[in-house]
Design a protein around this ligand. Structure first.
Ligand SMILES: Cc1cc2nc3c(=O)[nH]c(=O)nc-3n(C[C@H](O)[C@H](O)[C@H](O)COP(=O)(O)O)c2cc1C
Length: 302
Protein backbone atom coordinates (compact mmCIF):
# COMPACT_ATOMS: atom_id res chain seq x y z
CA UNK A 1 0.00 0.00 0.00
CA UNK A 2 1.31 3.46 -0.86
CA UNK A 3 1.63 5.28 2.46
CA UNK A 4 3.22 8.42 1.01
CA UNK A 5 1.74 11.82 1.82
CA UNK A 6 2.50 15.27 0.51
CA UNK A 7 3.35 18.10 2.85
CA UNK A 8 3.86 21.59 1.43
CA UNK A 9 5.33 20.23 -1.80
CA UNK A 10 7.52 17.61 -0.05
CA UNK A 11 6.76 13.92 -0.24
CA UNK A 12 6.99 11.84 2.94
CA UNK A 13 7.08 8.05 2.54
CA UNK A 14 4.82 7.70 5.63
CA UNK A 15 2.40 10.07 7.40
CA UNK A 16 4.08 9.31 10.75
CA UNK A 17 6.70 11.69 12.10
CA UNK A 18 8.66 11.29 15.34
CA UNK A 19 8.08 14.40 17.51
CA UNK A 20 10.84 16.67 18.80
CA UNK A 21 12.11 15.96 22.31
CA UNK A 22 10.91 12.36 22.28
CA UNK A 23 13.59 10.76 20.08
CA UNK A 24 16.73 12.61 21.23
CA UNK A 25 18.92 13.76 18.36
CA UNK A 26 17.37 10.89 16.29
CA UNK A 27 20.87 9.35 16.11
CA UNK A 28 20.51 7.66 19.56
CA UNK A 29 16.93 6.70 18.85
CA UNK A 30 18.08 4.77 15.77
CA UNK A 31 19.86 2.39 18.16
CA UNK A 32 16.62 1.38 19.90
CA UNK A 33 13.99 1.48 17.16
CA UNK A 34 13.74 1.23 13.40
CA UNK A 35 13.21 4.58 11.71
CA UNK A 36 11.59 2.91 8.71
CA UNK A 37 7.97 3.53 9.82
CA UNK A 38 8.48 7.30 9.84
CA UNK A 39 8.35 9.80 7.01
CA UNK A 40 10.58 12.11 9.08
CA UNK A 41 12.00 12.36 12.60
CA UNK A 42 12.43 15.69 14.41
CA UNK A 43 15.52 16.16 16.55
CA UNK A 44 15.36 17.79 20.02
CA UNK A 45 15.11 21.58 19.74
CA UNK A 46 18.43 23.37 19.54
CA UNK A 47 19.36 26.98 20.42
CA UNK A 48 22.35 29.11 19.29
CA UNK A 49 24.16 28.38 22.58
CA UNK A 50 23.87 25.57 25.13
CA UNK A 51 20.92 25.66 27.53
CA UNK A 52 21.19 23.72 30.81
CA UNK A 53 17.49 23.07 31.15
CA UNK A 54 15.72 22.89 34.48
CA UNK A 55 16.61 21.03 37.65
CA UNK A 56 14.91 17.73 38.46
CA UNK A 57 12.13 16.78 38.81
CA UNK A 58 11.50 17.53 35.15
CA UNK A 59 9.02 14.82 34.20
CA UNK A 60 6.01 13.43 36.04
CA UNK A 61 3.09 11.15 35.22
CA UNK A 62 -0.32 12.83 35.06
CA UNK A 63 -2.90 10.07 34.80
CA UNK A 64 -2.52 8.45 31.40
CA UNK A 65 -0.70 11.59 30.23
CA UNK A 66 2.43 13.35 31.47
CA UNK A 67 3.94 16.65 32.53
CA UNK A 68 7.41 17.82 31.55
CA UNK A 69 9.50 20.85 32.33
CA UNK A 70 12.82 19.99 30.72
CA UNK A 71 13.51 23.60 29.73
CA UNK A 72 14.94 22.59 26.34
CA UNK A 73 18.28 21.34 27.57
CA UNK A 74 20.49 21.30 24.48
CA UNK A 75 24.20 21.60 23.60
CA UNK A 76 23.88 24.65 21.32
CA UNK A 77 23.85 24.50 17.56
CA UNK A 78 27.61 24.34 16.92
CA UNK A 79 28.15 21.35 19.23
CA UNK A 80 24.97 19.79 17.86
CA UNK A 81 26.25 20.12 14.29
CA UNK A 82 29.59 18.56 15.20
CA UNK A 83 28.22 15.70 17.25
CA UNK A 84 25.12 14.61 15.37
CA UNK A 85 24.85 16.14 11.90
CA UNK A 86 27.60 13.96 10.33
CA UNK A 87 25.47 10.87 11.10
CA UNK A 88 22.17 12.18 9.69
CA UNK A 89 22.86 11.13 6.11
CA UNK A 90 23.36 7.49 7.27
CA UNK A 91 20.02 7.30 9.06
CA UNK A 92 17.11 5.52 7.45
CA UNK A 93 14.88 8.60 7.73
CA UNK A 94 14.79 12.25 6.85
CA UNK A 95 15.80 14.29 9.91
CA UNK A 96 14.18 17.63 10.64
CA UNK A 97 15.96 20.11 12.89
CA UNK A 98 13.99 22.03 15.51
CA UNK A 99 15.07 25.61 16.16
CA UNK A 100 14.46 27.49 19.38
CA UNK A 101 15.61 30.82 20.78
CA UNK A 102 14.95 33.61 23.23
CA UNK A 103 14.80 36.27 20.50
CA UNK A 104 13.86 36.46 16.82
CA UNK A 105 17.55 36.75 15.91
CA UNK A 106 18.41 33.59 17.87
CA UNK A 107 15.94 31.51 15.87
CA UNK A 108 17.46 32.89 12.67
CA UNK A 109 20.99 32.06 13.86
CA UNK A 110 20.05 28.42 14.35
CA UNK A 111 18.31 28.26 10.98
CA UNK A 112 21.34 29.79 9.22
CA UNK A 113 23.72 27.33 10.92
CA UNK A 114 21.59 24.38 9.84
CA UNK A 115 20.95 25.61 6.31
CA UNK A 116 23.93 23.86 4.73
CA UNK A 117 23.54 20.50 6.53
CA UNK A 118 22.81 17.87 3.90
CA UNK A 119 20.86 15.36 6.01
CA UNK A 120 18.36 17.89 7.36
CA UNK A 121 15.15 17.96 5.32
CA UNK A 122 13.29 20.79 7.06
CA UNK A 123 13.44 23.22 9.97
CA UNK A 124 10.69 23.04 12.55
CA UNK A 125 10.43 26.33 14.42
CA UNK A 126 9.47 25.68 18.02
CA UNK A 127 7.41 28.79 18.77
CA UNK A 128 5.57 27.05 21.55
CA UNK A 129 7.81 25.84 24.31
CA UNK A 130 6.01 26.58 27.59
CA UNK A 131 9.02 26.11 29.81
CA UNK A 132 11.06 29.28 29.46
CA UNK A 133 10.95 32.53 31.35
CA UNK A 134 9.69 34.70 28.53
CA UNK A 135 6.38 35.10 26.79
CA UNK A 136 5.77 32.29 24.43
CA UNK A 137 6.14 33.51 20.82
CA UNK A 138 3.24 31.31 19.74
CA UNK A 139 0.77 33.33 21.83
CA UNK A 140 1.21 36.30 19.52
CA UNK A 141 0.49 36.27 15.76
CA UNK A 142 2.90 39.17 15.23
CA UNK A 143 5.78 37.72 17.24
CA UNK A 144 5.33 34.34 15.53
CA UNK A 145 5.30 35.94 12.08
CA UNK A 146 8.50 37.88 12.84
CA UNK A 147 10.31 34.68 13.80
CA UNK A 148 9.14 32.87 10.68
CA UNK A 149 10.11 35.79 8.37
CA UNK A 150 13.63 35.86 9.80
CA UNK A 151 14.02 32.09 9.65
CA UNK A 152 12.80 32.17 6.06
CA UNK A 153 15.45 34.75 5.20
CA UNK A 154 18.11 32.55 6.84
CA UNK A 155 17.39 29.19 5.18
CA UNK A 156 16.23 27.61 1.94
CA UNK A 157 14.92 24.55 3.75
CA UNK A 158 11.16 24.05 4.14
CA UNK A 159 9.82 25.56 7.37
CA UNK A 160 7.27 24.12 9.78
CA UNK A 161 5.90 26.45 12.48
CA UNK A 162 5.12 24.57 15.68
CA UNK A 163 2.31 26.30 17.54
CA UNK A 164 0.74 26.14 20.97
CA UNK A 165 -2.69 24.99 22.12
CA UNK A 166 -2.45 27.80 24.69
CA UNK A 167 -2.96 30.44 21.97
CA UNK A 168 -6.11 32.46 22.41
CA UNK A 169 -6.83 32.24 18.68
CA UNK A 170 -4.91 29.46 16.95
CA UNK A 171 -6.31 30.40 13.52
CA UNK A 172 -4.90 33.93 13.72
CA UNK A 173 -1.46 32.63 14.65
CA UNK A 174 -1.58 30.03 11.86
CA UNK A 175 -2.64 32.66 9.31
CA UNK A 176 0.20 34.95 10.45
CA UNK A 177 2.90 32.28 10.04
CA UNK A 178 1.44 31.24 6.69
CA UNK A 179 1.70 34.85 5.46
CA UNK A 180 5.26 35.03 6.83
CA UNK A 181 6.32 32.05 4.72
CA UNK A 182 5.87 28.88 6.80
CA UNK A 183 5.35 25.83 4.58
CA UNK A 184 3.19 24.09 7.20
CA UNK A 185 2.09 24.30 10.84
CA UNK A 186 2.62 21.66 13.51
CA UNK A 187 -0.43 21.50 15.81
CA UNK A 188 0.50 21.30 18.61
CA UNK A 189 3.19 21.47 21.24
CA UNK A 190 2.22 20.73 24.87
CA UNK A 191 -0.52 22.53 26.84
CA UNK A 192 0.30 24.28 30.11
CA UNK A 193 -0.25 21.93 33.01
CA UNK A 194 0.47 21.63 36.73
CA UNK A 195 0.51 18.97 39.43
CA UNK A 196 1.11 18.78 43.20
CA UNK A 197 2.99 16.09 45.13
CA UNK A 198 0.78 15.82 48.22
CA UNK A 199 3.53 14.18 50.30
CA UNK A 200 6.08 16.95 49.82
CA UNK A 201 3.48 19.69 49.13
CA UNK A 202 5.62 20.80 46.22
CA UNK A 203 4.79 21.11 42.52
CA UNK A 204 5.49 17.90 40.60
CA UNK A 205 7.98 19.82 38.44
CA UNK A 206 10.82 22.02 39.72
CA UNK A 207 9.64 24.76 37.38
CA UNK A 208 6.04 24.57 38.61
CA UNK A 209 3.96 24.92 35.45
CA UNK A 210 5.08 22.61 32.66
CA UNK A 211 3.93 21.00 29.42
CA UNK A 212 1.05 18.52 29.43
CA UNK A 213 1.28 15.88 26.70
CA UNK A 214 -0.08 12.46 25.84
CA UNK A 215 -3.57 11.14 25.52
CA UNK A 216 -5.20 14.02 27.44
CA UNK A 217 -3.85 16.50 24.90
CA UNK A 218 -5.47 14.79 21.91
CA UNK A 219 -8.90 16.47 21.87
CA UNK A 220 -7.25 19.87 22.36
CA UNK A 221 -4.70 19.42 19.57
CA UNK A 222 -7.38 17.92 17.32
CA UNK A 223 -9.52 21.00 17.96
CA UNK A 224 -6.61 23.16 16.76
CA UNK A 225 -6.21 21.02 13.62
CA UNK A 226 -9.94 21.20 12.91
CA UNK A 227 -10.18 24.98 13.42
CA UNK A 228 -7.13 25.76 11.30
CA UNK A 229 -8.16 23.38 8.52
CA UNK A 230 -11.70 24.80 8.43
CA UNK A 231 -10.41 28.39 8.18
CA UNK A 232 -7.24 27.85 6.07
CA UNK A 233 -7.99 24.71 4.05
CA UNK A 234 -4.98 25.09 1.75
CA UNK A 235 -2.40 25.37 4.53
CA UNK A 236 -0.75 22.02 5.30
CA UNK A 237 -0.99 20.77 8.89
CA UNK A 238 1.03 18.24 10.87
CA UNK A 239 -1.08 17.00 13.79
CA UNK A 240 0.56 16.25 17.14
CA UNK A 241 -0.84 15.30 20.53
CA UNK A 242 -1.67 12.03 22.23
CA UNK A 243 -1.33 9.69 19.26
CA UNK A 244 -1.17 6.09 20.48
CA UNK A 245 -2.80 4.07 17.70
CA UNK A 246 -3.50 3.83 14.00
CA UNK A 247 -7.08 4.95 14.66
CA UNK A 248 -5.75 8.12 16.33
CA UNK A 249 -3.77 8.87 13.16
CA UNK A 250 -6.99 8.49 11.14
CA UNK A 251 -8.70 11.01 13.45
CA UNK A 252 -5.98 13.60 12.77
CA UNK A 253 -6.02 12.99 9.01
CA UNK A 254 -9.81 13.32 8.84
CA UNK A 255 -9.70 16.53 10.93
CA UNK A 256 -7.36 18.04 8.33
CA UNK A 257 -3.77 17.00 9.08
CA UNK A 258 -1.59 15.75 6.19
CA UNK A 259 0.86 14.00 8.55
CA UNK A 260 0.89 13.12 12.24
CA UNK A 261 3.60 13.22 14.91
CA UNK A 262 4.09 10.68 17.67
CA UNK A 263 5.59 12.06 20.90
CA UNK A 264 5.12 10.86 24.49
CA UNK A 265 4.10 7.38 23.35
CA UNK A 266 7.78 6.79 22.53
CA UNK A 267 8.71 6.91 26.24
CA UNK A 268 6.51 3.95 27.11
CA UNK A 269 6.94 2.17 23.78
CA UNK A 270 9.97 3.19 21.71
CA UNK A 271 8.92 0.95 18.81
CA UNK A 272 5.36 2.36 18.71
CA UNK A 273 5.87 3.73 15.18
CA UNK A 274 5.97 0.25 13.70
CA UNK A 275 2.80 -0.88 15.49
CA UNK A 276 0.93 2.35 14.68
CA UNK A 277 1.84 2.16 10.98
CA UNK A 278 0.62 -1.46 10.87
CA UNK A 279 -2.64 -0.48 12.56
CA UNK A 280 -3.10 2.39 10.12
CA UNK A 281 -2.56 0.09 7.12
CA UNK A 282 -5.03 -2.41 8.55
CA UNK A 283 -7.64 0.31 9.07
CA UNK A 284 -7.18 1.55 5.50
CA UNK A 285 -7.57 -1.96 4.09
CA UNK A 286 -10.64 -2.72 6.21
CA UNK A 287 -12.25 0.52 5.09
CA UNK A 288 -11.38 0.13 1.40
CA UNK A 289 -9.12 3.15 1.43
CA UNK A 290 -6.03 3.05 -0.76
CA UNK A 291 -3.97 5.85 0.79
CA UNK A 292 -3.74 7.96 3.96
CA UNK A 293 -3.59 11.04 1.70
CA UNK A 294 -7.18 10.37 0.62
CA UNK A 295 -8.42 10.83 4.21
CA UNK A 296 -7.05 14.33 4.73
CA UNK A 297 -9.83 16.73 5.76
CA UNK A 298 -12.62 14.24 5.05
CA UNK A 299 -14.45 14.89 8.34
CA UNK A 300 -17.22 17.36 7.54
CA UNK A 301 -19.29 19.53 9.88
CA UNK A 302 -22.77 18.33 10.84
C1 LIG B 1 9.90 15.21 27.51
C2 LIG B 1 9.43 16.04 26.34
C3 LIG B 1 10.32 16.89 25.71
C4 LIG B 1 9.90 17.67 24.63
N1 LIG B 1 10.80 18.48 24.01
C5 LIG B 1 10.41 19.23 22.92
C6 LIG B 1 11.34 20.03 22.21
O1 LIG B 1 12.53 20.10 22.52
N2 LIG B 1 10.87 20.74 21.14
C7 LIG B 1 9.57 20.70 20.74
O2 LIG B 1 9.22 21.35 19.75
N3 LIG B 1 8.68 19.91 21.38
C8 LIG B 1 9.06 19.18 22.45
N4 LIG B 1 8.15 18.39 23.09
C9 LIG B 1 6.74 18.37 22.64
C10 LIG B 1 6.47 17.18 21.72
O3 LIG B 1 7.23 17.25 20.54
C11 LIG B 1 4.96 17.15 21.34
O4 LIG B 1 4.64 18.34 20.65
C12 LIG B 1 4.06 17.06 22.56
O5 LIG B 1 4.60 16.18 23.53
C13 LIG B 1 2.65 16.59 22.18
O6 LIG B 1 2.67 15.33 21.56
P1 LIG B 1 2.43 13.96 22.38
O7 LIG B 1 1.13 14.14 23.13
O8 LIG B 1 2.35 12.90 21.33
O9 LIG B 1 3.58 13.81 23.30
C14 LIG B 1 8.55 17.59 24.18
C15 LIG B 1 7.66 16.73 24.82
C16 LIG B 1 8.07 15.96 25.88
C17 LIG B 1 7.08 15.04 26.54
Amino acid sequence: MNMAVELGGNELRSPLIAASGTVGSVVEFAEVASLRPYGAAVAKSVAPVAWDGRKPPRMAPAGASMLNGIGIQNPGVEAWLQEFAPSFADLDVEVWASAVGHTVAEFARVAAAIDSVAGVGAVEVNLACPNLDHDMFALSPDASAKVISEVKAATDKPIGAKLSPNSEDIVRVAAAVQDAGADWVVLTNTAWGFGVDIDTRKPLLSGGVGGYSGVGLKPIALRCVWEVHQSLPGFPIVGCGGVRSGRNVVEYLMAGASAVQIGSTHFAEPRAGRRILKELKRWLRQNNESSPADLVGTASPW
